[in-house]
Design a protein around this ligand. Structure first.
Ligand code: NAD
Length: 300
């Protein structure tokens, strides 16, 4: 079997187009422009790239984009004040504080200082609790993107066996919760799981979110299973020239694609969906804040 490639780039473009349509309608029908604020502390190069591309895409879908770039030695009190001002700003519907934060800042405290209704990353403890109890919440962007692709590919995932490899708060756990809320039978595997190969072989859906290059080989995959590869790992690629690198996922693409029914590539799979879902969450937050119906198909 050769797997169907789930094209995250194309899917993300569709999601952004849908978001753009809702933004246009909010403007013309209600005179409202959704606004997203991104707070970046310090100069982490990877974070800089993410923030720039988030800002660009926010503007492209017609939303207001605000960036707060703070020095690496910004005090906790000053950062909390920036967030408080954004919480109170009626033109801002989504707030994202780019992680990781410098070591002297208490990440949990900062995240939980964001108004849960504006927490478009879905990391606030209230949103975690709402998701965990199957209630309306803001859902973390990467798992939401994975869920959208799975729903699109399968229609319903009810009753399917899903294995999530990785138990982080930002990917693994919320992913498992979303799959459970859609009535999949969910196993969470992690670094202490015994006989991971055997666990993965039982899965109709595998979501790999570990951060270890190509760790899942094709002979762990049940024939016909759907493989969602969240991992982003940079490997040296001397064959491309001196100092060149290439991105790979957590699954060994070629051997898995030979067995799976469907697979997401890296790059061009889950990655593009993450920013698209951030924009989707912002428009959802804006509708909720204004008591308007939520856009269909853009939430969990
Ligand atoms: P993390 O380091 O917080 O968590 C990794 C998880 O993997 C842990 O729960 C750990 O128990 C598990 N793990 C480690 N070694 C393992 C092993 N040998 N077997 C089984 N499980 C093992 O990472 P994260 O933030 O969840 O990110 C995971 C990957 O996803 C990274 O490559 C990251 O870059 C990528 N990521 C991609 C996006 C995207 O937009 N595509 C977003 C977030 C994270």
């Amino acid at each position: 079997m050769t797997a169907t490639v789930i094209d995250g780039k194309e899917f993300a473009a569709r999601v952004r187009a849908q978001v753009g349509m809702h933004v246009a309608r909010l403007k013309t029908d209600h005179g409202i422009t959704p606004g997203l604020a991104v707070v970046l502390v310090g100069e982490d190069p990877a974070s800089e790239v993410y923030v720039r591309s988030k800002g660009k895409m926010t503007v492209e879908v017609g939303m207001k984009s605000v960036e707060h770039r703070l020095d690496a030695d910004t005090s906790q009190a000053d950062l909390l004040k920036v967030i408080e001002d954004l919480n109170n700003d009626p033109e801002i519907h989504g707030i994202l504080c780019q992680l990781p934060l410098p070591k002297h800042l208490n990440e949990d405290l900062i995240i939980n200082s964001i108004d849960p209704a504006k927490d478009v990353d879905g990391f606030h403890i209230s949103n975690v609790g709402l998701l965990g109890t199957g209630q309306k919440s803001m859902v973390p962007c990467t798992p939401l993107g994975c869920l959208m692709m799975l729903r699109d590919h399968h229609g319903s995932i009810s009753g399917m066996n899903a294995v999530v490899i990785g138990r982080s708060n930002i990917v693994g756990k919320p992913m498992a919760q979303l799959l459970l809320n859609d009535s999949a039978t969910v196993t969470i595997a992690h670094s202490r799981t015994k006989d991971l190969a055997d666990v993965v072989r039982r899965a109709d859906i595998v979501v790999a979110a570990v951060g270890r290059a190509e760790m899942v080989p094709g002979d762990w995959i049940k024939p016909g299973a759907t493989v969602i590869d969240v991992g982003i790992n940079r490997l040296d690629a001397p064959e491309r020239g001196a100092g060149k690198t290439r991105l790979v996922g957590d699954v060994d693409y070629d051997s898995c694609a030979a067995v799976a029914g469907a697979i997401t590539p890296v790059p061009g799979g889950v990655g593009p969906m993450t920013i698209a879902c951030l924009l989707a969450n912002t428009v959802t937050a804006c509708c909720r804040a204004n008591g308007l119906p939520e856009p269909e198909g853009l939430t969990a």
